[in-house]
Design a protein around this ligand. Structure first.
Ligand SMILES: [Zn+2]
Length: 288
């Protein structure tokens, strides 16, 4: 007997007010761009043959009305900028990811800066430091991060930071270079102390699915410390799905699960948190 088809994923209860996903990777979700080799999450997402309009429709149905799609190399940044130009509800971020920092040549950085100047591109990212993976040398990562900080400053766009096991050095480089006016720690992964340090510097903290994970009490402590005026919510889709979707590809329609978890931590109603995050989104990425 053949196996019955897998049940379609159940959408979470719609949000009582609109909110946006501050960080996802539409190109990896739809498979127009191949994920880094040997990436099972991205491969599973691509096997699901999603489309941009399907992803946006599923998100809208639960109150996630807009999103920011983030580039990780030059072709990805070009792709995301083009999709943002074609969809009023989509903004893009452009950058060379720290894992690809060896590709941050003067030529590619010049094109990243050209893309960053476009009206539908509202962020320079994701950039930063990744000490968990050694795909790019630390020297290359630092040079690329510093170059992206300068691009964010020159273009006036938000700097979106990837920080994996590199908290102290990320903060140090930002302080040395002079942080641009808007800094976002994407998929914030620090503890309460780090959250307090970021908040004191006026950096935004974008929380993702792991805040719902049973073993991530330190993230809930960080969210407790983070001022609501500096909070964002994101999926990092197709990565980091919230509970109970771990092990499956993430997508923006799952934002309500993370949002409701954050509202509970902050002791506020979900609609109030959605409204606060919408206002933060205008401060970070500009009006939609
Ligand atoms: Zn990402």
């Amino acid at each position: 007997m053949s196996k019955p088809p897998a049940a379609p994923p159940v959408a979470p209860e719609p949000l009582p007010a609109p909110v946006f996903d501050s960080h996802c990777h539409l190109d990896i979700m739809v498979g127009d761009r191949q994920a880094s080799s040997g990436d099972p999450v991205a491969q599973a997402a691509q096997a699901a043959s999603a489309t941009v309009s399907g992803i946006l429709d599923a998100a809208r149905a639960v109150g996630v009305t807009r999103l920011v799609t983030i580039g990780y190399d030059l072709p990805s940044s070009r792709w995301n900028a083009e999709v943002a130009a074609a969809h009023a509800d989509v903004y893009a971020g452009v950058a060379i990811h720290p894992n690809e920092a060896h590709a941050a040549t003067p030529e590619t950085l010049a094109e990243i800066e050209e893309l960053a100047g476009r009206p539908e591109v509202r962020a320079v990212g994701e950039t930063g430091l990744d000490y968990f993976r050694d795909w790019a040398s630390r020297d290359d990562q630092h040079a690329s991060f510093r170059a992206h900080i300068e691009i964010a400053r020159r273009t006036g766009k938000a700097l979106v930071i990837h920080d994996r096991d590199a908290h102290a050095d990320v903060l140090k480089v930002l302080a040395e270079e002079g942080a641009p006016p808007v800094v976002v720690f994407h998929s914030f992964s620090g503890d309460a102390e780090m959250a307090a340090e970021c908040a004191a510097a006026g950096y935004y903290l974008s929380f993702s699915g792991p805040v719902t994970y049973k073993n991530a009490g330190y993230l809930r402590e960080a969210a407790r410390v983070a001022p609501v005026e500096l909070m964002l919510v994101e999926t990092d889709a197709p990565y980091l799905p919230p509970v109970p979707h771990r092990g499956k590809p993430n997508a923006p329609y799952l934002i309500p699960l993370t949002l409701r978890c954050l509202a509970e931590i902050k002791g506020v109603e979900p609609d109030a948190l959605c409204e606060a995050i919408e206002a933060n989104g205008v401060a970070v990425f500009g009006a939609w």
